[in-house]
Design a protein around this ligand. Structure first.
Ligand code: GTP
Ligand code: MG
Length: 443
């Protein structure tokens, strides 16, 4: 079997509640690519880890024979969590084509699991569920570095019962959130049922199963999303670095088309859309960063640009060429930078670090029936404070900051007013705190 040339790597993101094992699972997946790195092949890239066709095939083969792999590999976004997921946009919606929702099988659904489900539903992103920490289920017979399919054969009846109880509980809890799920090896129709893959990230159990189910879903249901076309070249800037000696570099996930040295691109800056050129493209290699003449999607790349412009992370990079005019690219960039949030005459003021996180917190506030009067990107400034403190309705005099700082003069200004400022980096606690603040003020 060989990968179909017209498909690109599906982009995968990992989400889930704090401590449920996202980073450990990503490390395991990266680990599979490190083994190949020793054999001299390039695998790890900037901001994302590529699992090549060969690794994918080799890993899956350890447990599942005769599974045809048609995709050219998988590209895992290195930053886990639903906030990163929301901030990484593509023109079609979410940058990730598919997601892994990690749930501690012993703890079940938690606030950030539910936020993740909300966000995945909002973006219509397909996902699989990794039911993690199966080694912490009673009666576990120790094993490691194997598939779930193999590991379960070694377990005693008592363990299988305990695990099943937890999985049934998970299935019924997920059902209350509109997710019809089952253990992956008990599913007959993957278009109707979400797959639960039992894993132990700690003991590297179930990695082959995760890769198999992800690949299967992607090649069966995402063929249109992952069709490689060269008509337009599109990427998402995930990190901007200003390096004194070299200039400005943009860590970018290229998700469509092909980018070459010397290409002209449009990006978004704090002064609006701008045109610049690709001075160099760097990719990770086993000897560190390496220059590359051209790259084909999907890939994590570092782009050195020719102009010193204040590019905003989380926005699009669009290649300007015979298929895409500068005008069209700029219009697209302007359009995507407008938040999609319902604004009311009365309500709270929200500030967040990036467009995606602004929309994510707005969405959760909406779910909690809290209206929003204003929503903007950036730190909390003195201007925000004076603006809010002059509002007539005392219930409107509150600013919620998600992943932002309160600037010094804003702190001073707030001290002499009756406004509330709530900041933090966990959505559900911010929503909780806002509800408490509003309830208190009502009385
Ligand atoms: P945050 O980044 O803080 O949201 O957490 P995370 O979801 O990335 O979880 P992380 O991978 O850091 O794991 C949290 C804790 O759970 C660590 O102490 C891990 O060692 C432990 N852990 C992760 N996976 C497993 C597992 O499969 N079994 C057991 N027993 N512990 C695990
Ligand atoms: Mg982590």
């Amino acid at each position: 079997m060989e990968a179909i040339k017209s498909l690109r790597e599906p982009i995968v993101c990992v989400l889930g509640h704090v401590d449920h094992g996202k980073t450990t699972l990503l490390d395991d997946i990266r680990g599979t690519s490190i083994a190949e790195k020793e054999a001299g092949r390039i695998t790890q890239k900037i901001g994302a880890t590529e699992i090549s066709y060969n690794i994918l095939e080799r890993e899956i083969k350890t447990a599942f024979k005769n599974i045809p792999i048609k995709i050219p590999g998988l590209l895992f976004i290195d930053t886990p969590g639903h906030v990163a997921f929301s901030n990484m946009r593509s023109l079609g919606g979410a940058l990730a084509d598919i997601a892994i929702l990690v749930i501690d099988v012993n703890e079940g659904l938690k606030p950030q699991t539910i936020e993740s489900i909300d966000i995945l539903k909002k973006f219509k992103t397909p996902f699989i569920i990794a039911a993690n920490k199966i080694d912490a289920v009673p009666y576990f017979v120790n094993t490691s570095n194997t598939s779930f399919a193999n590991a379960i054969k070694m377990q005693r009846r008592e363990y299988i019962e305990e695990l099943d109880n937890r999985i049934y509980k998970l299935i019924s809890d997920l059902y209350t959130y509109g997710i019809n799920a089952d253990r992956y090896d008990r599913i007959s129709d993957f278009s109707k049922t979400f797959a639960i893959v039992p894993v132990s990230a700690k003991l590297k159990i179930g990695i082959a199963d995760i890769l198999m189910v992800l690949s299967g879903l992607a090649q069966k249901f995402l063929e249109n999303e992952i069709r490689l076309t060269y008509e337009k070249t599109l990427g998402t800037v995930i990190e901007v670095k200003i390096e004194e000696s070299i200039g400005i570099t943009l860590d970018t996930i290229l998700y469509q088309g092909m980018l070459k040295r010397g290409d002209t691109i449009a990006v978004n800056t704090s002064n609006g859309p701008a045109r610049t050129r690709v001075k160099a493209i760097l990719v990770n290699s086993n000897r560190g960063l390496k220059e590359s003449e051209k790259v084909v999607a999907a890939a994590g790349i570092r782009v050195l640009i020719t102009d010193k412009i204040p590019v905003i992370a989380g926005t699009s990079m669009i290649k300007i060429d015979e298929n895409t005019s500068e005008d069209e690219a700029f219009k697209t960039i302007i359009n995507e930078s407008k938040p999609n949030i319902k604004i009311s005459e009365h309500g709270v003021t929200v500030k967040a670090e990036a467009l995606g996180s602004l929309e994510a917190i707005a969405y959760e506030l909406e779910q909690a029936s809290i209206n929003i009067r204003s929503a903007e990107i950036g730190d909390i400034t003195k201007h925000d404070v004076t603006d809010v403190s002059t509002l007539n309705d005392p219930l409107d005099r509150i600013i919620i900051g998600f992943n932002v700082s309160v600037l010094d003069d804003a702190v001073q200004e707030a001290a002499s007013s009756d406004i509330g400022i709530i900041t933090g980096n966990v959505i559900y606690s911010l929503v909780d705190d806002a509800q408490k603040w509003l309830a208190k003020r009502k009385h």
